[in-house]
Design a protein around this ligand. Structure first.
Ligand code: LLP
Length: 436
């Protein structure tokens, strides 16, 4: 997929660059992003809305993968940006991202984080709870600002891949409950404050969703309320944000639907609802993370040790694992992989790909058909672009990998590999040892 292909050496090539050369130059584990594919995904979302001639913003959920270069790429593609912490906000500002196109999320934003957002003129704060509503009102007052906000609601629609759950009251740490009066109270409070400009409503129903139904139901539920709010408070939203969650193909078992289908369904439902409730068509905002960068990322590892458990399994270990991709350990996530330096060789055994961390759960793939692999070979694991590097950690004091962008035959290092010095940089030695 994307610009991936096999070159005449039988190596995996991405963006016109030989991944084996990249592994040799930058070391492994190495994250490689296919920039052209990220652009294609971004344009896919934007064009899907443009086709309908409706006003929309596509905000990249930077939690999926945040770095200065990534944020700059999102800007180049005309995306907005969703940040969920001071750290993601800082990264966005360092990248020179226009603050007015940043949306600030999170269920426990601190006073400092909110002040940082106000200081920099962040476009919109997605208010999650009553505590935040009060805190932000105080701060806005201090700043003499009228802060643009969305209210995050939990509509009682929860989507899980091919399933969705409808609940009267959702047991979630996020947002104002739509069904028990919380959202009404929050809206009333927000509207009565001179320090807020309430742009609209936000909801996010889940992640890695393969169905449009959940989005349509969420829109229906939200508009049911919007209809009431129009009568009760004279409130008319200018924005309806339906969150992210669009599913991608990790393995051949996954069957994602085209982005345009989600967008078509969402736009049609919002149009229908707006006309039924007799309100002007609001702007539609969405916040894809995974579906913008997930399949654009590939991780290259070096093959290391091997353990054969007779009649049971062949363990083949790589030089990374749950430290650079915790998703298999955390969510039982599935991936596919090939030998980057021998893509077309006959796959004559089924192996289990183990990480190098000191625990048995550190397995990347349980059953992978591969040519007989040995040290000197490179493993390329596909679709690691979302929530891979962003959830990487230093368990076992393993340095985090480097990240490279490739496009049109060129590679650019965008995140350096961590060094051992980096690992101890924040450590403070015992006083007694320092004084000696
Ligand atoms: N908007 C909100 C409010 C969210 O909470 C999320 C994801 C997104 C947008 C983006 O969702 P996406 O389009 O990427 O599905 N670490 C997990 C995923 C956690 C998603 C959390 N929220 C994983 O590795 O699968």
């Amino acid at each position: 997929h994307g610009t991936s292909r096999v070159n005449d050496k039988g190596h995996l090539e991405i963006g016109g660059v030989d991944t084996v050369d990249l592994a040799k130059e930058y070391g492994t584990p190495l994250y490689i992003y296919d920039v052209a594919l990220i652009r294609e995904r971004a344009r896919g979302f934007k064009e899907a809305f443009q086709k309908h001639g409706v006003k929309a913003q596509v905000a990249y959920a930077s939690k999926a993968f945040s770095s200065i270069a990534m944020v700059q790429l999102a800007e180049e593609e005309g995306l907005s940006l969703d940040v969920v912490s001071g750290g993601e906000l800082y990264t966005a500002l360092q990248a020179g991202f226009p603050p007015e196109r940043i949306h600030f999320h999170g269920n426990n934003k601190s006073r400092d984080e909110l002040m940082m957002a106000l200081d920099h003129g962040v476009g919109c704060i997605v208010v999650d709870n009553f505590y935040e509503l009060e805190l932000l009102e105080q701060l806005s007052k201090q700043y003499g600002k009228k802060t643009a906000i969305l209210l995050r609601v939990t509509p009682g629609v929860e989507a899980h891949t091919h399933d969705y759950i409808l609940t009267g009251q959702e047991d979630s740490k996020f947002g104002f409950d739509l069904n028990n009066g919380q959202a009404d109270e929050a809206l009333q409070k927000a509207l009565s404050s001179p320090h807020f400009s309430v742009m609209g409503i936000h909801c996010h129903i889940g992640s890695q969703i393969f169905e449009t139904t959940g989005f349509v139901l969420a829109a229906q539920k939200i508009f049911q309320k919007i209809g009431q709010w129009k009568e009760t408070y004279g409130f008319i939203p200018t924005v309806v944000n339906l969150g992210g969650g669009f599913g991608i193909r990790y393995t051949s078992d996954d069957d994602p639907i085209p982005v345009s289908e989600y967008v078509d369904q969402i736009v049609e439902e919002v149009k229908k609802q707006a006309s039924e409730k007799n309100i002007p068509m609001p702007e539609i905002w969405i916040e894809p993370g995974r579906s913008l960068v997930g399949d654009a990322g590939t991780t290259i590892y070096s093959i290391g040790s091997r353990k054969d458990v007779p009649n049971v399994r062949h363990y083949v270990a790589v030089d990374g694992g749950m430290s650079d991709n915790i998703r298999p350990a955390l969510y039982d996530a599935k991936y596919e992989a090939v030998l980057a330096n021998r893509v077309l060789d006959e796959k004559n055994e089924i192996v289990a790909i183990a990480g190098k961390c000191c625990e048995s759960g550190d397995m990347l793939i349980w059953d992978l058909p591969l040519p007989k692999a040995s040290p000197g070979d490179y493993l390329a694991v596909f679709c690691t672009g979302a929530y891979g590097y962003s959830m990487a950690n230093n368990y076992n004091r393993i340095p985090r990998p480097a990240v490279v962008f490739v496009e049109n035959g060129e590679a650019q290092l965008v995140v350096k590999r961590e060094t051992y010095e980096d690992l101890v940089r924040l450590d403070v030695p015992l006083k007694t040892k320092v004084n000696k």
